[in-house]
Design a protein around this ligand. Structure first.
Ligand SMILES: C[S@@+](CC[C@H](N)C(=O)[O-])C[C@H]1O[C@@H](n2cnc3c(N)ncnc32)[C@H](O)[C@@H]1O
Length: 254
């Protein structure tokens, strides 16, 4: 698929999903993923964020930015492909409206370079059409030793499906091709890419990052906080495999 088509499908799709007000599984800090036993309060991946400069890629609802704001981060920036989401975030955190940008994360935007202490992406990274340029951009935006924290569906969880209380592997772990998925009860099409763990790490290393941590956090079978019944995050699957993988990278010299 051409990069422009990938971007257009996701821009249109996310706007339509937001407009329709359909329920879908959504994640924001302090959670890193659905059903995880521990979130930021326990894992402390961000450390003390008082007065820190933080950028969120795919900031969506703005709930993670609100959480960071409450925790004392003073300089917050958010970027999202959906102009509707960005307009909503401007309403809920008006103090940062100049720092909210509508753009695909894979395109370099006019935000300060060598500036941020932390960049985060919570359940958004699989929607980039170009992971290589996404890492390149984040490298530019971060200060030396700045950290980049990503959470996304665990790529092995993504291969599993539940059928009559049995869990089976429905797709190859090696398959890294972009996939059309639907959200909002099948109403909206989106494109995502689920890379192997080794591929994500290779792109990070190639772009000047080191690996600080990788977390495959256990899940518990509690109610989804979005009270959304998902055919993807099923109880049978979450017993066997983490829903989510969390990466913490650090910007080092190339
Ligand atoms: C599953 S949502 C997660 C959002 C966020 N964690 C929240 O609390 O709402 C994914 C978000 O990524 C955004 N997105 C999709 N493709 C993108 C891209 N290429 N660049 C930036 N944002 C993108 C969508 O508009 C959506 O808001």
């Amino acid at each position: 698929m051409r990069k422009e088509d990938y971007i257009n499908i996701n821009k249109l799709g996310w706007n339509r999903l937001i407009e329709s007000k359909a329920k879908y599984s959504n994640i924001s800090l302090p959670d890193y993923g659905p059903f995880l036993k521990r979130g930021e309060e326990q894992l402390q991946l961000l450390g003390n964020i008082k007065n820190k400069k933080i950028l969120e890629l795919g900031c969506g609802s703005g709930k993670s930015l609100q959480y960071l704001n409450k925790k004392g981060a003073t300089d917050l920036w958010g970027l999202d492909i959906s102009d509707l989401e960005i307009e909503n975030v401007k309403k809920i955190i008006p103090s940062i409206k100049e720092q909210l940008i509508t753009s695909p994360m894979e395109e370099e935007v006019n935000i300060p370079n060598n500036y941020f202490d932390i960049a985060i992406s919570i359940y958004s990274i699989g929607y980039t059409s170009d992971i290589d340029s996404t890492f390149k951009n984040v490298y530019k935006y971060l200060k030396q030793d700045g950290v980049f924290i990503i959470s996304w569906t665990h790529p092995f969880f993504n291969c599993l499906t539940s059928e009559n209380e049995k869990v089976i592997m429905k797709k190859s772990y090696y398959n890294e091709k972009e996939t059309i998925i639907t959200k909002g009860n099948g109403a909206v099409e989106l494109v995502q890419t689920n890379l192997m763990i080794s591929s994500i790490i290779s792109f990070a290393l190639k772009n000047g990052f080191t690996v600080e941590d990788i977390i495959e956090e256990e899940c518990e079978s509690i109610e989804d906080k979005n009270s959304y019944q998902s055919n993807f995050f099923t109880k049978d699957k979450i017993k066997l495999c983490p829903t989510t993988i969390i990466y913490k990278f650090k910007k080092k010299g190339k």
